[in-house]
Design a protein around this ligand. Structure first.
Ligand SMILES: [Fe+2]
Length: 378
């Protein structure tokens, strides 16, 4: 039945809430409660947007009474002055957290051995037909940073259909859905048959693509094996074994750039290789040594940066941390570009690769809605 309120006490401008399961007391100010009132005149019933004029809430805000209703499932406040009534679900109050935008994820970092028993995968027909399978797919991507969809027809239409089942396709300077063989249509090594070392895409973009999807539509070639590396695992290793280098890579913002004079494009952005949130949690790995733009550091910092970068590069190139696989028609790979680095061996012959970028927020939005529909916390 969920946690209920067992008691509430008014302490000046605050309420102290006690819970039936003995969890720590919650303290909420009257100002906050009034600002979050869910009555129809305070919050739009359809859009859930705030209608309360936060800045007209009086300084001397007070309540006439506070009551627990429905066996402690509801907190009721009767406000002084305008006689408005606010009701709050105990479930809503227990779910409050400082970072509601961050999806709770039981992340499981991995290395080569961790993937030896089998990689996350899901069947094309099921994922297209069933929302609960789609949720399973996105949960796997959240947990491991990647997942394959198997049994996909090797066509542009089917590839695009898998992507748009999740979210709309992101437009970039490369277009939206892309589909190419080796050529120099774009000034980027990704469009050649050369080996490409471990990297994330979009280090030159303020909002690097959250996810990438690859589908190899034809592979009449030798070589060209793909590698995935869990950047969060690399971060864990560095934090444990070389904390100074780890800290250096969380502190120094590295500029990335994409240059194509002929089209008048010069993109630049800057962020640390390991980007942390305000509480020190790793949120993004961002690394493309090819696209690193020249930038100035004092001599000591520069040395520390190169040392730390070398450690990171060595770990990314350690076969024990790489999951290798030759991408073949029928298997669609989706991976988290804020976490998983990708790489590819050189190849000889014909290879046709298709794919898309999806935005971080759009994929998370999809998963959030699927979780909510399943009655799970978001
Ligand atoms: Fe790439």
């Amino acid at each position: 039945m969920g946690v209920t309120l067992s008691d509430v006490t008014v302490r000046g401008p605050e309420l102290e809430l006690r819970w039936s399961d003995g969890r720590p007391t919650s303290v909420l100010s009257l100002l906050w409660l009034r600002d979050h009132c869910t009555a129809p005149e305070s919050q739009h019933p359809e859009t859930k947007q705030r209608l309360v004029d936060t800045f007209r809430i009086p300084d001397d805000l007070s309540i006439r009474s506070v009551t627990l209703e429905d066996g402690g499932r509801t907190l009721r406040l009767d406000w002084s002055g305008d006689g408005r009534i606010s009701r709050f679900d105990a479930k809503f109050l227990t779910g409050l957290r400082p970072n509601p935008d961050v999806l709770p994820i039981a992340r499981k970092t991995w290395d080569r051995d961790g993937m030896s028993a089998g990689v996350p995968q899901i069947a094309f027909d099921a994922v297209m037909a069933d929302d609960s399978v789609l949720k399973e797919y996105l949960e796997a991507v959240a947990r491991y940073g990647f997942c394959f969809v198997e049994g996909v027809p090797a066509t542009p239409e089917a590839t695009r259909a898998v992507a748009t089942r999740i979210a709309y396709i992101r437009e970039t300077i490369f277009g939206g859905y892309w589909d190419f063989t080796a050529n120099m249509e774009h000034k980027d090594t990704a469009y050649t048959s050369m080996a490409i070392g471990p990297h994330t895409d979009g280090t030159y973009s303020f909002d690097a693509p959250g996810y990438q999807m690859f589908h190899c539509l034809a592979a009449d070639c030798t070589g060209g094996e793909n590698m995935l590396i869990d950047g969060f695992r690399v971060a864990e290793i560095m934090r444990g074994e070389d904390p100074v280098a780890y800290r250096t890579l969380t502190e120094i913002a590295v500029p990335g750039q994409y240059l194509d004079d002929s089209r008048g494009v010069h993109l630049m952005a800057r962020r640390p290789l390991f980007r942390l949130d305000e509480s020190g949690e790793l949120v993004q790995v961002s690394y493309n040594n090819l696209d690193r733009a020249p930038f100035q550091l004092d001599a000591e910092r520069q040395l520390a940066f190169y040392r730390a970068l070398a450690t990171f590069g060595r770990l990314c190139n350690d076969p024990a941390l790489q999951y290798r696989r030759r991408l073949l028609p029928g298997s669609v790979l989706l991976f988290d570009n804020w976490r998983v680095l990708h790489a590819r061996d050189a190849y000889a012959g014909y290879r046709r690769l298709a794919g898309v970028y999806l935005n971080k927020e759009d994929v998370e939005s999809r998963l959030r809605c699927l979780r909510a529909r399943a009655g799970e916390p978001v």
